[in-house]
Design a protein around this ligand. Structure first.
Ligand code: CDV
Length: 331
C-alpha cells in the first residue's frame, strides 16, 4: 500500500508590529480548522510565525528585543494552538524566536537566543527541534540599507545541526522528517545533510523580502521568487524528498514579503502554490514512495557519492582564487 501523507503549507499574510501573539495564534487556529476540514495530517507554518519579522527593527540594547522571543513553548499564548492541533490530530511545524538558558561551547550556562522551529506530533509531542544555521543579514545598524536585516544581531548560529527524525504522522507509522529555516534553503550543503539521513519530507518556513535591500547591486524583484523556488526544487530533486515551504506574505511594517509558498515533490516539481498574499492554506497528498526512484538510481548516494573529492566543502568557508594557467615552456 502506498505511503501517503496529506500536508499543508499554512501561509500567513502580514503580521504588523503592534499585532499581539493572540491574534496571530487565532489566525493559525483558523488555518488548522480549514486543514482539518480538508483532511490534512501535517501543517507547516512560517519562520517567526508569532510576530512581525522583527529583525528589521533595530534595538541598541539587545535585551529590549526580548519581547519578540518565547521563553517557553508552549506558553500561555501558544497553548491554544497546541490544543487545537491535538483536538484535530494534526501535526504541525512552527517557527519562533527562542530564548534558552543553556550552556554555551565553554560550558557556561547563559541566556541564548535562536531562530528556532519545532515539529509537533498529532498528540502534541515535540518530535524535533531545529535552530537556524545560515543567519543572513548583519549585526550592527547599517545606514546604507533602506530596511535592516539584523538576524546576526539577535540570534546565535543554530547548534543542533540538521537533524532528521522518523516519527508517526497521520496514518503512517513513520516518516523521515527534517527542517530548515528560510535562508538555509539556498545552501545545498543543508539539503545534503538531510538527504544523508534519508529525509522524506522537509518542513521549512520563510520570510523573504520582495526587494533586496542590501545595497550591493540591483536584483530584479521577480528573481526573489524564482531563486526561492529554484533552491527548493533543486534540493528536493537532488535529495529525493518532498518539501513544504511556507512563507509569510504581503506588506508587513511597510515592507513587502514575497509569499509564493509551495509544496514540491522528489522530481523537483511544484505540486501546490499559494496564489494570494494573505493567510492561505495550500495542500497536497504526498506519496512518499516517490522518494524511492531518485534515491535508488541517479542519487543512490551509497553507489555514486565521492566524498574523497569534496574535502573543500568542510575544510573551507570562503572561496579561494584558482591557480593561474601558465603556458608550458616551448621546447
Ligand atoms: N529570513 C531570511 O532568512 N531571509 C533571507 C533573505 C534575507 C534573503 C532569505 O533567504 O530569504
Amino acid at each position: 500500500m502506498s505511503r501517503i501523507v496529506t500536508v499543508a503549507a499554512a501561509q500567513l499574510g502580514p503580521i504588523q508590529k503592534a499585532e499581539p501573539r493572540s491574534i496571530a495564534v487565532a489566525r493559525m487556529i483558523r488555518l488548522l480548522e480549514q486543514a482539518h476540514r480538508r483532511g490534512v495530517e501535517l501543517v507547516v507554518f512560517p519562520e517567526l510565525a508569532l510576530t512581525t519579522f522583527f529583525p528589521r527593527h533595530y534595538h541598541q540594547d539587545i535585551a529590549e528585543a526580548d519581547s519578540w522571543f518565547e521563553p517557553a513553548m508552549p506558553s500561555n499564548e501558544t497553548a491554544p494552538l497546541f490544543e487545537a492541533a491535538r483536538r484535530y490530530g494534526i501535526g504541525f511545524h512552527l517557527g519562533f524566536a527562542e530564548i534558552a538558558h543553556e550552556a554555551d561551547e565553554t560550558g557556561v550556562v547563559r541566556k541564548r537566543r535562536f531562530n528556532t522551529a519545532i515539529l509537533v506530533g498529532p498528540r502534541g509531542d515535540v518530535l524535533l527541534k531545529y535552530r537556524k544555521v545560515h543567519l543572513p543579514g548583519h549585526a550592527e545598524y547599517d545606514p546604507k540599507r533602506t530596511v535592516q536585516h539584523l538576524e546576526k544581531r539577535y540570534f546565535e548560529v543554530g547548534n543542533l545541526g540538521f537533524p532528521v527524525i522518523r516519527a508517526p504522522m497521520g496514518s503512517l507509522d513513520g516518516i523521515n522528517m527534517g527542517m530548515m529555516i528560510c535562508n538555509d534553503r539556498r545552501w545545498p550543503e543543508a539539503w545534503r545533510v538531510l538527504g544523508l539521513q534519508s529525509v522524506e519530507l522537509v518542513a521549512l518556513g520563510y520570510n523573504t523580502p520582495s526587494h533586496n535591500t542590501e545595497a550591493g547591486g540591483f536584483e530584479a524583484p521577480h528573481l526573489r521568487v524564482f531563486h526561492s523556488h529554484l533552491s527548493i526544487q533543486a534540493g528536493c530533486y537532488q535529495n529525493a524528498c518532498f518539501a513544504v515551504a511556507t512563507a509569510k506574505a504581503g506588506t508587513e511594517d511597510g515592507c513587502e514579503l514575497a509569499g509564493h509558498s509551495i509544496i514540491v515533490n522528489p522530481q523537483g516539481e511544484i505540486i501546490a502554490m499559494a496564489a494570494t498574499w494573505d493567510d492561505e492554506l495550500i495542500t497536497a497528498d504526498c506519496n512518499l514512495d516517490l522518494c524511492t526512484l531518485g534515491r535508488t538510481t541517479v542519487f543512490a548516494f551509497d553507489r555514486h557519492r565521492r566524498p574523497e573529492a569534496y574535502g573543500r566543502i568542510v575544510e573551507q568557508v570562503g572561496s579561494v582564487p584558482p591557480e593561474t594557467w601558465k603556458k608550458p615552456d616551448a621546447r
